[in-house]
Design a protein around this ligand. Structure first.
Ligand SMILES: [Mn+2]
Length: 341
């Protein structure tokens, strides 16, 4: 599959690389790594994203390399191949996606999220590998397929992808691939501690004050197996937090030992919420996200929602109670022996 993409790349003179709105370390790392690799083999390549990269990624020189469709950018001219990373949902790339369709001869998605059951299908020729723990892992294999040697720029970008999406190797999908790739990358990335620090140790004092307030408002259901938290727009803005700075709050919730699933509602506007869902082990939350028009991974998914918080919460909690209940029934007694009865 990656061989076919390598052939498409070899046949293309001009390429544009993109990722989903509200870009993250995986999509940015994947596209920046391939950008450097394609430059090395003489391709005309540019990165054009829907919006600006969050500021924590400035260490990847993202401001210099990445243009923003909604911000300042050079006009997109006719291009042979567009590659979109870390999503296969064209809606998350609009309104840039419509412009790509006008200007690009072919558009393909390179992604590790399952294709949506409802919603736009990935374009023909796209490669989706749900076994990959990061899109960076797929781009690493693609760069090897192209025969481009790793260098410090490529290695730093790919290492960023891997450590971001695996959360420093916590979520490796029970595969050695992330570690093996990291070992190879670290022959060129000489300061991995700096990457870890830039990605994860970037809290401001305002963020800590925000977390202290927000985390005191967690609601628990089903004896602490489910947690729900709402991040209010005033709390976010009073502490000067941008949207990117709130995206790891749900991961903090998942550190609660008793938890099997969590829902986070980030208030983006009046009756407008970004829902994030997480499930542990066999608690699959993707179907809940899909039921409300979203998508994601089986155990990490989300959606944009309209409605009153109380109604949205009730809808999501009732579905979470159902999947947690179902999973408990399915699990053998031995798997539950540590649970309070
Ligand atoms: Mn990803």
């Amino acid at each position: 599959m990656l061989k076919q993409i390598a052939d498409k790349i070899r046949a293309a003179d001009s390429l544009v690389l993109s990722t989903h709105r509200h870009s993250d370390g995986d999509g940015l790392g994947a596209q920046i790594a391939l950008f450097h690799a394609l430059r090395k083999i003489g391709k005309q390549v540019r990165i054009l994203n829907v919006d600006d990269a969050p500021k924590r990624y400035s260490f990847l020189q993202s401001a210099r390399i990445i243009q923003s469709f909604e911000g300042s950018h050079e006009k997109l001219e006719a291009t042979d191949l567009a590659m979109i990373f870390d999503t296969n949902d064209s809606r998350l790339v609009e309104p840039l996606y419509s412009e790509l369709r006008r200007q690009c001869r072919e558009i393909i998605f390179v992604d590790h999220h399952p294709a949506l059951k409802e919603g736009p299908a990935p374009t023909e020729g796209s490669v989706i590998d749900t076994a990959a723990a990061s899109t960076g892992e797929m781009v690493y294999r693609l760069i090897r397929e192209l025969g481009v040697a790793l260098d410090p720029d490529i290695a730093r970008a790919l290492y960023t992808s891997v450590v971001f999406d695996t959360q420093l190797f916590r979520y490796v999908r029970n595969s050695p691939a992330s570690h093996l790739m990291a070992a190879d990358l670290l022959q060129h990335e000489t300061e991995p501690d700096e990457v870890h620090r830039r990605l994860f140790a970037n809290y401001t004092r305002n963020k800590i004050a925000f977390l202290a307030k927000a985390l005191s408002q967690i609601e628990y259901f089903a004896d602490g197996r489910i947690a729900v938290l709402r991040l209010s727009a005033p709390d976010l803005s009073d502490h000067g937090l941008d949207l990117d700075e709130s995206r790891d709050v749900i991961d903090l919730l998942m550190n609660i030992e008793s938890l099997e699933a969590a829902a986070l509602f980030r208030e983006d506007g009046p009756d407008l919420y970004k829902l994030s869902l997480r499930g542990k082990s066999e608690i699959e939350v993707l179907s809940i996200a899909e039921n409300v028009g979203g998508g994601g991974h089986p155990f990490s998914a989300g959606a944009y929602l309209n409605g009153s918080y109380e109604q949205l919460k009730e809808r999501v909690v009732s579905q979470l109670l159902r999947v947690v209940g179902l999973a408990l029934e399915k699990a053998p007694a031995s798997a539950r022996k540590n649970e309070p009865t």
